[in-house]
Design a binder for this molecule. Structure first.
Ligand code: MLT
Length: 270
């Protein structure tokens, strides 16, 4: 696994991890962590694909950026692909990473060979969700990052996973606490202000893989199912005993599904 850092006019520093060879797959992490989220899946996927796992601006080794938006994060992905000389990629996003993937598909559709939405949806926030996020932003700004992270992370896992693997929850709390408070609020503001990309995916010329957890309390199964008919070619995978974190809770299954999807996309593009 190589760790690389680039800097461009727009981005002071963008860190990403790269491994493997073959058709490119970008793995975009969700909130509130970094590219390390994918550490249980990237080596196996790298046996079939070139894997690029960026730290989105403000997390891991990537510097934050003013007025963060899904479009700016899509620009960060584009800058990395350009640096690597990658023409087309499957863009796989976990939750917030899926919001970035849809913004990327809207802005750079010619660079997309497929999209994978891991516990993610294409629509924007409801007013109720925006209000909840604003309350969390206020808490974090008052110095409440630690209670916020400690309260939110356990809800990402299924009851089964939390019981059998409390260490998974603890590891993600540690990762979440590494992200600066100003990055957490920047990500939340970007999510509040994000566009609805259902139209983008309805018009998609590329296939989409949807992954849902039956016990996901953040992106519930029924919401994913509603979105999973948007494109003309959709694959839907529903995981038992899985919450919002299949790359940890069901890592082997997710790895296999991503590799299989990539093979389909390669044949479809051939
Ligand atoms: C994530 O997992 O990235 C976030 O929980 C997504 C969200 O809050 O909408």
């Amino acid at each position: 696994m190589e760790v690389k850092v680039i800097s461009t006019e727009k981005f002071a520093s963008l860190q990403y991890r790269k491994t493997g060879s073959g058709p490119a797959i970008v793995l975009l992490h969700g909130f509130p962590v970094s590219s390390l989220l994918w550490s249980k899946v990237w080596d196996k996927i790298g046996e079939h694909n070139t894997v690029i796992a960026p730290d989105l601006p403000g997390s891991g080794g990537s510097a934050g950026i003013a007025n963060l938006s899904m479009e700016l994060m899509a620009d960060a992905v584009k800058a990395i692909l350009d640096t690597e000389g990658i023409g087309k990629a499957i863009v796989a996003g976990h939750s917030m990473g899926g919001y970035v993937a849809t913004a990327f598909a809207a802005k750079y559709s010619d660079k997309v060979s497929g999209i994978t939405m891991v516990h993610s949806i294409a629509s924007d926030d409801t007013e109720e969700k925006k209000e909840t996020r604003r309350k969390s932003i206020a808490l974090i700004e008052k110095g409440g990052k630690e209670p916020f992270v400690k309260q939110m992370i356990p809800n990402l896992f299924s009851p089964n996973s939390s019981q059998l693997h409390p260490e998974w929850v603890q590891e993600q709390i540690i990762e979440g606490l590494k992200v600066p408070a100003e990055s957490l609020t920047a990500f939340y503001n970007a999510m509040i202000n994000r566009e609805n990309h259902t139209e983008t995916l309805s018009n998609a010329a590329f296939p989409i893989l949807w992954v849902a957890g039956k016990d996901d309390g953040v992106t519930p199964l029924d919401k994913v199912i509603q979105h999973s008919m948007l494109a003309s070619v959709n694959f839907v995978k529903v995981y038992d005993n899985c919450g919002h974190m299949s790359m940890i809770e069901q890592s082997d299954r997710l790895t296999g599904d991503i590799i299989e999807f990539s093979k389909y996309c390669s044949n479809a593009n051939a």
